[in-house]
Ligand binder design. Sequence first.
Ligand code: MTE
Ligand code: MO
Length: 242
Amino acid sequence: MTVVDSGPAEAVSPVGRRVFVGMIGLGVAGIVFGSKVRSAIGSALSPVTESDPTGLTALLPTTGRFRFYSVVGFSPEPPADGYRLRVDGLVEEQLELDLGELGRMRQVELVKDFQCVTGWRVEDVPWKGVLVRDLLESAGVIDGATHVVFHSFDGVYTESLDLDQARRDDVIVALEMLGAAVSRDHGGPARLYVAPMYGYKSLKWLGRIEVVEQAAEGYWEARGYDTDAWIGGSNGRDDEPV
Ligand SMILES: Nc1nc2c(c(=O)[nH]1)N[C@H]1C(S)=C(S)[C@@H](COP(=O)(O)O)O[C@H]1N2
Ligand SMILES: [Mo]
């Protein structure tokens, strides 16, 4: 059984944080921490992963551990005929790359924090993978394109970046995280890692990168979160400690 949080926290809308803190005051957090489900799932995940069935732990002062988020409620399996990352849309040449091909591209390593908009942060996480910029370069972006949409093979979650953001040195398709191949729960075999932005931009189970000519809302953007999710500078939280 997999019990997961629904994402950044549907209850924590950019304006709803105080209401939510109130819920914790009413003892909801105690239920979360008392949950046997939580410990059962926690032990099934890596030592630095902590599951968060409700998302309510997100506002408590725990740091240093990943939570497990999936809006579909489980970790999807890659397609039966093998994982491929597709790069298409407004490109000169559509790409379909398997893991071997991705692994033979230039790999960049980053050691950077991962921070969810709900407040939890894991510091100094090692990441390794391919720059989105290099993928765009290989495919050849056609004039007039402005944005990139990322699609998860969970069939539901999407994200987007404008081309300047997507071409940054700290935006990668991660094949490794925490010193090993990205685990299935963390979005393996390949996930996006957008270092300067909140965790919801770092789409898991990446299946397709689509180059488009207009801004597109992602899963959480359609639910009120900022498209430009700069850490410390979005979702109206600049003045709140995280
Ligand atoms: N496909 C998919 N990607 C996703 C999510 C999700 O629910 N589905 N949650 C996002 C959020 S809100 C965060 S904080 C991170 C959490 O990554 P983790 O599950 O590896 O801790 O994944 C992001 N990417
Ligand atoms: Mo998040």
